[in-house]
Design a protein around this ligand. Structure first.
Ligand code: C5P
Length: 219
């Protein structure tokens, strides 16, 4: 219906998990499938946006007309995102590992017959917060949040803490990683909308509609 209304808009999307190496054969990661982020990239590109999809390792095809940049770690993902700037909007859907091993062993860690090793972790950069707080930030910054309790309150706190404009929050005790459907609260700072449960493609289309509405009337 509104095909092409995001033409000329450059939009960054992050998707998938990040992978944090422990040694040459081991890593820390999570169960993100990338489905929601890829659906968002496809929906925005379907309306004509120039989409840069910075993606952790997933087994999904690149959506038509989307430029995909593959990364592994959170630090790589952050660097790749910053390289895509300036953009009109950023939509962070990636499940970024909160921590990474403080150091990566150069060779495979071996059993010693003594105490098992202790993994020391350090915090990863928050890409959404970084993009939101840039002096020359994208005009629209959107995040996703997985919560297990007090959905609205925790989501609004997160939206403000991270400095993003919109936050889509879902209750992961109901809809978990890897599922095909999703149900979110849509927080804009002006209010909260409870969107009905729908599949991830429909959710992506609804979000793309809102993004298009946000930019409508601007040149
Ligand atoms: O803090 P939490 O992981 O719940 O926040 C989720 C949102 O923040 C998502 O939009 C996710 O892509 C983004 N995020 C990020 N970098 C991180 C952690 C989360 O961009 N290190």
């Amino acid at each position: 219906l509104h095909r092409g209304d995001l033409e000329g808009r450059r939009i960054l999307v992050t998707a998938g998990p990040t992978v944090e190496p422990v040694d040459p054969v081991r890593f820390i990661s999570n169960h993100s499938s990338g489905l929601q982020g890829y659906a968002v990239a496809a929906a925005l590109a379907g309306r004509g946006a120039d989409v840069r999809l910075v993606s952790g390792p997933v087994s999904l095809p690149t959506p038509p007309a989307v430029k995909r940049i593959n990364v592994k770690t959170a630090e790589d993902m952050k660097a790749a995102c910053l390289e895509q700037l300036p953009v009109d909007a950023a939509v962070c859907v990636a499940a970024v590992s909160d921590w990474r091993p403080a150091s990566i062993h150069g060779s495979k860690m071996k059993k010693t017959g003594k105490e098992p090793p202790v993994l020391r972790l350090v915090e990863n950069p928050d890409i959404l917060a970084t993009l939101s707080h840039l002096p020359d930030r994208p005009e629209l910054v959107v995040g996703f949040a997985a919560e297990t309790d007090n959905l609205q309150e925790h989501a609004e706190q997160k939206r403000q803490r991270k400095g993003c404009d919109w936050l889509l929050a879902n209750d992961v005790s109901k809809h978990h990683f890897g599922g095909l459907r999703n149900q979110v609260l849509f927080l804009t700072g002006d209010g909260v909308e409870c969107w009905p449960e729908m599949d991830k493609t429909a959710l992506a289309n609804q979000l793309a509609e809102r993004v298009a509405f946000f930019f409508r009337g601007q040149s």
